[in-house]
Design a binder for this molecule. Structure first.
Ligand code: NAD
Length: 324
């Protein structure tokens, strides 16, 4: 069997980790059926095409589809039959189908379970998942020290935190010794409708942490098909996003392509994680990335969509518990 050549995609360095991530990363939450059901064949084919297109970064969590995403991703990566060093895997801990538990005991057990489901000996990045739902002081004093031990034990190469409100990142980074955290993962704050992540990029850089930004399509808001039922955006935000998708459709443009390209413009952000569940979506997102590199973004469409989204610009939604 002739091995298909892996095409090149732009790589960007992740903070001080030395990891070089493809500028587009494969978000595996859809493999847990959170955006509609995905067959195992479709999942395998999507992961394979992504890898062959130069995507080397895959993100999952035990939370996605109640552990299903990790299992499906693990199988698909194994089926690639390439050396482990050729792909970068991130998973998470602390958030599960039945709730949150950021205790040292739980996260230490969690990585073992994740490694078994992923069929791996180690992950590249282990992140505390959606920390605004836990006590941030517990994250600082208990969870992160537990993750550091897992790093020393070789279960993960690097550690990080994820969540929605940007204040969680500064809260934690202000309280841990320099160099403790390797990476942060922010979502829904670096897309056409909300670019607030950019405000804290200089701070994050000063702390030496790598920056990953997820959900460039705002978890489906910036797609022709629209968001899933559970999407937490306000009706105003949903309507404005729908209007921008319609504008694009009526003018022979594609809202998802524009949204992904926009999120790739800031090179301080190492990798943009897009959720993908089909070969067609991988093809489209890879093509959008190549087109951006070759000919830049469609400035007219960006300015029209920007105008439609202006009334809801930077509008977010509540997430997590009130911190004392
Ligand atoms: P997203 O903005 O990437 O949107 C995904 C949706 O868009 C899915 O329905 C997908 O099928 C669809 N889609 C993808 N490509 C498309 C295309 N070309 N055309 C039309 N539709 C397309 O949101 P997401 O999946 O929530 O985020 C991406 C990834 O980032 C997740 O899978 C996950 O790995 C990660 N993430 C992590 C956190 C966290 O840690 N707290 C939060 C959100 C996302």
């Amino acid at each position: 069997k002739v091995k298909k050549r892996v095409r090149k995609m732009e790589l960007r360095e992740l903070g001080r980790t030395g990891l070089k991530l493809s500028c587009v990363g494969f978000g595996a939450s859809p493999l847990g059926n959170v955006f509609g059901s995905v067959s195992e064949e479709q999942a395998n084919a999507s992961v394979r095409l992504a890898f062959q297109s130069g995507i080397n970064f895959f993100d999952t969590s035990p939370y996605y589809g109640g552990t299903l995403s990790e299992k499906v991703l693990g199988k698909a990566l194994k089926a690639l039959n390439v050396p482990r060093s050729e792909y970068i895997v991130a998973t998470k801990c602390g958030r599960y189908g039945d709730g949150f538990d950021f205790s040292a005991e739980r996260v230490t057990r969690s990585i073992e379970e994740s490694l078994e489901r992923l069929q791996l000996d180690y992950v590249d990045i282990l992140q505390c998942h959606d920390i605004e739902f836990g006590s941030l002081d517990q994250i600082v004093n208990e969870t992160i020290p537990a993750l550091q031990k897992l790093k020393e034990a070789g279960k993960t190469r690097f550690i990080g935190i994820t969540g929605l409100p940007l204040g969680i990142f500064t809260y934690v980074l202000d309280r841990v010794p320099p160099g403790t955290l390797d990476v942060i993962l922010s979502y829904c704050h670096h897309s056409i409708n909300d670019s607030t992540l950019e405000d804290i990029v200089p701070y994050l850089k000063s702390k030496g942490v790598g920056i990953i930004s997820a959900s460039p399509l705002a978890m489906g808001l910036l797609t022709e098909a629209g968001p899933p039922e559970w999407h937490p955006a306000s009706s105003d935000l949903k309507a404005a996003c729908r209007a921008s998708a319609t504008y694009c459709q009526e003018n022979g443009k594609n809202i998802s392509k524009l949204a992904l390209q926009y999120s790739l413009l800031n090179k301080e952000i190492t990798s943009v994680l897009v959720g993908m569940k089909s070969v067609e979506q991988v093809e489209e997102n890879v093509a959008a990335t190549r087109e951006l590199a070759a000919s830049g973004i469609d400035k007219e469409a960006l300015s029209e969509v920007g105008a439609i989204l202006k009334p809801v610009k930077n509008q977010s939604w509540p997430s997590g518990i009130q911190q004392s």
